[in-house]
Design a protein around this ligand. Structure first.
Ligand code: ADQ
Length: 491
């Protein structure tokens, strides 16, 4: 954190993301502040608390806009008052075309190669471009100097870097792409692939979670643009401008002593969860926590639980799986029909294996606040992450951070970026039901000493490679770049 603050001394930092870090909702007792379920917010919010500045985001809560804009700072917990939030209010048509349409029906399935066909509509693309322009205007309006540091977040803003560059040529633009980057053939499906690549190459630095995604991006540029690529130093020169393409694996804020002291003890968490869900005593508990998204492999996970109960009937009555799934993008057909399929699968398993007081699958399809999520992390024996494709996945990192008792087993998909760092998890191919069921079984019977060994190793990785290191590495590269540009300008 200190390193971050040193690197940014005197520089203005502006973050741009679609999602806001906190949402003002109108409740029966007045306006309430809620934290959205978003990996991006989990990662970037502590960084902004450390370096202050301005966060520009799409306003999404149900509270009255005038009230939110006027009383934005009212009622926020202390840490959230360290930076400014500037909301961009979009019209329903803008939100439809830019967010639901181009970003989530086009780019999201395109980049995840998730067997859901991307949909590209001309009007969505036009709206996407228009909304990117609105955010570029907001960045220019916020900039107090010619060379602010602008952090552009995610696939909602592929055109923004070049738009900012055109009006603030001296700005240092760090763009982070939180989702995977596909291979050139897959990306070629997008009718506006060149415009997107050109937009992103307005960045000073373009970051992905893994080297693999960086290579895919460079190969995509090589295929579709006239650009000079220097693979050894990982740079792309396009129209006399150089962009560094680098991997920065994202992470979480490691809990400090004050946070740890606030957490109820593990047995207490377990007792509360068991009481709430009516779990039988000494049951083996497995938990999944995700946005309700077809990329997270929730159906595959349920199939594996069903297979486990089939092949190891001694676990019927003793193995319970709890899936927490926060509804997301529910106005899209693809998401609604996925949610229905998951509900049907859960009902099917319960119909097959439930006994008197025993229900093998609990599907809790609503948003949980961070303390409730943390309680589940601390209560569970197994955490299951079976993404079919995931840029990183922060849920598994939050889980190991929550386990200061050094117990609990992580079952992790090899298709999540996190699998590259968290090699002491039980790594599975979620498409392989048998393999995943076997991993669940192995987790359910893993001796405490082995759990400890694996957990200690996982915790030391996440503690060291925390979110401040993610941001500090990117900003250190930016500082080097700024210095170089200043020296070159003198020559
Ligand atoms: P996401 O796809 O949102 O992030 P992830 O990284 O797993 O996925 O983060 C989800 C966050 O939301 C976590 O902090 C989790 O605790 C929270 N969450 C999930 N379900 C919840 C629920 N039911 N209720 C409340 N909170 C919930 C995208 C990419 C990821 C990448 C991140 C960060 O898809 O691959 O890791 O950005 O770059």
């Amino acid at each position: 954190r200190q390193l971050l603050q040193t690197q940014l001394r005197g520089d203005q930092v502006i973050v741009v993301s679609n999602r806001e870090p906190y949402v003002h909702e109108q409740g029966p007792d007045g306006v309430q502040v809620r934290r959205p379920a978003s990996g991006l917010v989990t990662a970037v919010e502590p960084v902004m608390r450390a370096c202050s500045g301005t966060w520009i985001a799409h306003g999404s809560g149900s509270a009255d806009r005038a009230v939110v804009d006027a009383h934005d700072r009212v009622g926020l917990p202390p840490g959230l008052q360290d930076y400014q939030l500037r909301r961009i209010w979009l019209t329903p048509e803008e939100e439809q075309g830019y967010y639901y349409g181009f970003a989530n029906e086009g780019l999201w399935p395109l980049c995840h190669v998730a067997h859901v066909r991307p949909v590209f509509r001309e009007p969505d693309w036009e709206t996407y471009r228009l909304v990117n322009q609105r955010f570029a205007d907001a960045v220019v309006a916020e900039a107090r100097s010619e060379d602010p540091v602008v952090l552009v977040q995610d696939y909602h803003f592929a055109l923004l870097p070049a738009m900012i560059r055109a009006r603030l040529p001296q700005a240092t633009i760090l763009t982070f792409w939180h989702i995977p980057w596909p291979n050139p053939e897959s990306f070629g499906i997008c009718p506006w692939n060149r415009e997107i690549l050109q937009g992103l190459l307005g960045s000073t630095i373009l970051g992905f979670h893994t080297r693999f995604h960086c290579r895919n991006f460079m190969e995509t540029v090589d295929r579709y643009l006239e650009a000079r690529i220097e693979a050894e130093v990982s740079t792309i020169s396009f129209q006399d401008k150089e962009t560094l393409v680098e991997s920065y694996p994202i992470s979480i804020e490691w809990p400090d002593a004050e946070t740890l002291a606030r957490w109820p003890p593990v047995p207490e968490c377990r007792r509360r969860v068991a009481a709430r869900l009516g779990l039988p005593a000494d049951v083996c508990l497995a938990v999944g926590i995700d946005r309700f998204d077809y990329t997270k492999g929730i159906l595959e996970r349920l199939n594996a639980v069903e297979r486990l109960l089939e092949k190891a009937p001694e676990w019927v009555g003793r193995f319970v799986f709890v899936q927490v799934a926060a509804p997301t993008r529910s106005s899209l057909d693809e998401y609604r029909s996925f949610q229905e399929r998951v509900e049907r699968a859960a009902e099917r398993i319960n119909a097959r294996f439930a006994r008197e007081a025993y229900q093998p699958v609990h599907l809790l399809a609503w948003h949980h606040e961070p303390d409730a999520v943390n309680e589940l992390f601390r209560a569970t024996d197994i955490l299951v992450v079976t993404s079919l494709h995931d840029g990183m996945n922060l849920v598994c990192k939050e889980f190991v951070a929550a386990r200061d008792d050094q117990q609990g087993v992580l079952v992790l998909s090899r298709f999540a970026g996190a699998a590259r760092e968290m090699t002491q998890a039980l790594i599975v191919n979620p498409y392989h039901v048998e393999e995943t069921a076997d991993a669940l079984l192995r987790a359910a019977t893993m001796p405490s000493a082995e759990q400890r060994e694996r957990m200690v190793s996982l915790r030391s990785t996440v503690r060291e490679f925390n979110v401040f290191r993610w941001a500090a590495r990117m900003l250190a590269d930016a500082a080097r770049w700024r210095l170089r540009a200043r020296v070159e300008a003198r020559v």
